[in-house]
Each structure stands twice: as structure tokens, then as C-alpha cells.
Design a protein. Structure first.
Length: 297
């Protein structure tokens, strides 16, 4: 995996304080947010890089490892263990050119040269292999986008990845795309890609799992005498029959009119409709008299 300078990504110096990092992140995140730059793939890529840089540099422990080991910071603990092993066995061989920056070598190169073979005629050891870095990304969709499975192409770290988004994915759900992360070290496997979904609901429906909930207004006459009512669903209008003397707050279930069940082809949740009986206002005197007659009876 090529080296990414997180300080340059956030446009800050290595001496930046936590407050500087936070300020820079907020400024750049607002500038490159996908909502501000719709259909701009370069902005999406930039936004993902900004999030990645912030995730590392805002965490003191991760930042310390990154400053010391660069692109191999996720393997810092393994490096330290191997260094301890080396120090305990210094009498067996001498590492030439060792200095504070390992003789100018890249840490992964140093790791391979230091532990891939024993110098000074010593016995050979095989280099340790490590899984590549896992990547993470966010994907924003509208509720109507996940009524059917669809294919999308994402750009993560400059690479285009085509994936199928199953219908009914939940808000906040994370899925793993195996072997689409960073390259492994010393023959190790690639990392994975984790995609978190943000499902924005800009409809009149409330979602709870696979079920949808809808508040439906019913006029007083229909509630008292009964009648037909056209009700919206996510896939179009349906006709409902309101029973006579329907009470305010009555709930009616429309089976199979909810969200598609995740990875269960042909299965759907239900739509729960709650009737809100509307009391008429601005009645004429004649209309009021009719209600008085009803009251007397």
C-alpha cells in the first residue's frame, strides 16, 4: 500500500495540536462533503481520505504509531515485539546500518531485512506476514433507493469497486467486502473493505426494522359511516375500506406493504396505518344544528 501523508491530507503541520486537527477536519469535511458535491467522484474520494486521516491523527495512540511507522502503523505492535526479540538475541548477530530511522529504510523494508534473515552467518528466519489494512467507507442512500437490490460503483482509495447493494439494508448497517482493502505485507492477505450505510428517510413513513408506519387522516363522516380511502405506500396508492364507527387511533395492518427483508428475496414487512380522525372546523349553523340533533338522540 502506498504511503499517504495524513498531515498533507488535512493540510496541517506535524506539530499540529488536537485543536488544530479538529479545526482542519471540520473545514475540509464541510468543503468536500458528498451532499455539497453531488455526483463529484473526486470530492467523494477526497472526503473519504479526510475521514481516514482524521480517524488516525485525532487518536493520540494511533497518531504516535503513524508518526513512527508511517504506512505500516497498524503493525506497530508486531514491530515492537520483533524488536524486543532482536534485542534479547543481540549476541547472535549484529544488524548493520541500524540507526534511529533504520538507515533511511522504509519500515516494512527494514522489517523484512531485519527479520527475514539472520546476519553474520546466523541461522535463517522466515519473515512474518501480515494482513493488509482494512478500509472503511460510508454510502448514503434514500429509503426509496433500497426497495430493490441495485449495483453501484464506489471509489475507495482511488480504486473503483462495483458491488451489489441488497434491498432492505438497514440504516447504520455495515457490510464487509472481502479482500478489497490494502495490500498485505510479506505475502499476507489483502485487508477488507467495510461499508457503512446511512439511509436517509425523506418520506412520510416511519421505519422500524422491516415494518413501516403511517399516520393517515380520516374525515369524521367516513369514520362514522365507513367508506373507501386511498392510502399511500412506498410503491403506490392502495384502496382501504374504513369500517363504520372507526375510532381515532385505530391501527390497520397492510400485510407485505413494508420494507423488503434483507437478503430474503420476495419477503416484505408490513405497513401499519394509524387512523387519525379529523374533527371538522368552521361549521355552519345548519351543520352545528345537525350535530345537536344527533346529540339529542
Amino acid at each position: 500500500m502506498s504511503f499517504i501523508d495524513y498531515y498533507k491530507v488535512l493540510e496541517i503541520d506535524k506539530s499540529a495540536t488536537e485543536a488544530d486537527i479538529k479545526k482542519a477536519y471540520r473545514k475540509l469535511a464541510r468543503k468536500y462533503h458528498p451532499d455539497v458535491n453531488p455526483n463529484d467522484e473526486s470530492a467523494k474520494t477526497k472526503f473519504q481520505g479526510i475521514n481516514e486521516a482524521h480517524e488516525v491523527l485525532s487518536d493520540p495512540e494511533k497518531r504516535k504509531k503513524y508518526d513512527k511507522y508511517g504506512k505500516d502503523w497498524k503493525h506497530a505492535d508486531e514491530f515492537e515485539k520483533q524488536k524486543q526479540y532482536q534485542q534479547q538475541n543481540q549476541g547472535q548477530y549484529t544488524n548493520q546500518g541500524y540507526s534511529g530511522n533504520f538507515g533511511g529504510q522504509d519500515y516494512s523494508d527494514f522489517f523484512e531485512s531485519m527479520f527475514g534473515g539472520m546476519g553474520g552467518g546466523g541461522r535463517q528466519r522466515s519473515a512474518s506476514s501480515f494482513k493488509g489494512q482494512d478500509y472503511s467507507a460510508e454510502l448514503r442512500l434514500n429509503l426509496l433507493d433500497i426497495l430493490v437490490s441495485q449495483k453501484q460503483t464506489l471509489t475507495v482509495n482511488g480504486k473503483s469497486i462495483r458491488l451489489t447493494i441488497p434491498a432492505g439494508v438497514e440504516n447504520g448497517q455495515t457490510i464487509k467486502i472481502k479482500s478489497h482493502g490494502g495490500e498485505g505485507m510479506n505475502g499476507g492477505p489483502k485487508g477488507d473493505l467495510y461499508i457503512s450505510f446511512i439511509i436517509e428517510n425523506n418520506t412520510a413513513f416511519k421505519r422500524e426494522g422491516n415494518n413501516l408506519y403511517l399516520q393517515q387522516e380520516v374525515d369524521l363522516i367516513t369514520a362514522v359511516l365507513g367508506g373507501d380511502l386511498m392510502v399511500n405506500t412506498l410503491t403506490g396508492k392502495v384502496k382501504m375500506t374504513v369500517k363504520p364507527e372507526t375510532q381515532n387511533g385505530t391501527k390497520v395492518k397492510l400485510k407485505g406493504k413494508g420494507m423488503p427483508v434483507y437478503k430474503s428475496e420476495g419477503e416484505f414487512g408490513d405497513l401499519i396505518v394509524t387512523y387519525n380522525v379529523k374533527i371538522p372546523t368552521n361549521l355552519t349553523e345548519k351543520q352545528k344544528e345537525l350535530f345537536r340533533e344527533i346529540a339529542k338522540s
